[in-house]
Design a protein around this ligand. Structure first.
Ligand code: HEM
Length: 216
């Protein structure tokens, strides 16, 4: 399942990129830390956005990559952050780093899936390669990191809008009383559940299995 889902992730992400370009161009520019409006806009691997100098440093750039992801044509024009008023921009470094983390992990997982298929094709057991086993174990937590990074891209990337171009997040914030108390109760309940889960699992792991158990 993991191998199949991972291979679908690339095309799905690519398709979502098209939609972001169409409906939320500021978010797209923030994801790639693209300041200038340009054709042949590059896809960046790494890079540190400098908000003062309005440029992104130390990135490996693939020319036309962003234009291709956004519009399916490497020569198409992508609107950069400089085109938009400063008070309409999200925190660009946060969005860019989260996007890099998500796509970086996604690419790693795709590589892992290809490796697993290759070994299965060659009828080599997965257990024959220690690095592969380590990566398979790491892929679980890494997927969660990618998932959280994806949400950061989506939610931080659309700031300061709650509905792009229509309503600002500041206008949507509830003024109803009791929100802080409700939040505190929620945090407390989940903290108790988290500690309870860890303690229960520890207790279970110390409990010896019955002699005639199937699992033994
Ligand atoms: C492989 C390359 C990947 C690409 C090109 C990609 C692309 C994207 C894009 C463009 C968005 C923003 C959508 C929006 O704001 O409307 C997004 C959101 C997201 N991504 Fe990825 N992604 C990739 C890998 C992954 C992986 C590996 C995971 C998790 C295991 C992941 C989880 C998410 C999540 C949870 C969201 C937020 C979903 C939502 O807004 O409903 N992505 N991704």
């Amino acid at each position: 399942m993991g191998v199949i889902a991972t291979l679908l992730q690339g095309p799905v992400g690519h398709e979502v990129g098209h939609m972001v370009a169409q409906y939320q161009p500021i978010k797209l520019a923030a994801m790639e830390a693209q300041f200038e409006t340009t054709d042949w806009a590059p896809l960046r691997i790494g890079g540190v956005p400098d908000m003062e100098a309005r440029q992104t440093n130390r990135a490996v750039e693939i020319p036309g990559g962003l234009s291709f992801i956004a519009y399916g044509d490497p020569s198409s024009t992508v609107r950069g952050l400089n085109e938009f008023p400063a008070d309409n921009l999200p925190p660009v470094p946060v969005v860019h780093f989260a996007f890099q983390a998500m796509v970086g992990i996604g690419t790693l997982l795709i590589g892992l899936a290809v490796w697993i298929i290759w070994r299965a094709w060659r009828k080599q057991p997965l257990s024959g390669n220690k690095l592969l086993l380590v990566l398979i174990v790491a892929s679980g937590p890494l997927s969660i990191v990618a998932l959280e990074a994806g949400w950061i891209v989506t939610e931080v990337g659309r700031q300061p809008w709650i509905v792009h171009g229509v309503m600002r997040t500041a206008e949507a914030v509830t003024e109803s009383p009791g929100v802080v108390a409700l939040f505190a109760v929620t945090i407390t309940v989940y903290a108790i559940l988290a500690v309870g889960t860890v303690v229960t699992l520890q207790l279970l792991s110390r409990t010896p299995l019955p002699e005639n158990s199937d699992a033994a």
